[in-house]
Design a protein around this ligand. Sequence first.
Ligand code: DQA
Length: 140
Amino acid sequence: MKLHIINGPNLNLLGKREPKIYGKKSFKSFFTELQFKFRKVELSYFQSNSESDLITKIQNAKADGIIINAAAYTHTSIAIADAIAAIDIPVVEIHISNTHAREDFRKKSYLSPVVKGCIFGFGMQSYELAIQSFLNQENA
Ligand code: DQA
C-alpha cells in the first residue's frame, strides 16, 4: 500500500513551532519512526508553504491514499478542497491539535466536506491513526 503524507504551511517548523501545541518532535525524525512502525506501507512525505505546490502535488498523486494536514490552508483554501474533490484517491484530513477547541477561525474546514474522514487532536498520533485507518480498510 502506498500512502502520501502532505503537510501544509509552517509544518516544516514542527519541533520548534509553538511546542506546547504541536510538540517537540521534528517531522523528519517522526517520519523515520513512522517508516519503521509501518514497514509494510510505502510512505512518502511532502511539505510546502505554497498553496499552488500543494494543489499540484494532490493533482499528480499516485497512491492508494493521501493523508493531508493542510495547516492554515484548511481554513481558507477552496482551491485545495477542489483539488481533493477532483481526484479519485481517498483522502484523510488530519490535524495535530483539536482545531475545534481553539480559535473560532480554526473551526471552519473547507476540506472536511470533500475528504473520506477526519482525525483531529491526537498530537502527532493523528498521522498514525490515519495510516492505521487505511490499513484497517485494506484488511476489512
Ligand atoms: C494545524 C491546525 C491549523 O489551524 C494550524 O493553522 C496549523 C496546524 C494542526 O495540525 O493542528 O498550522 O493544522
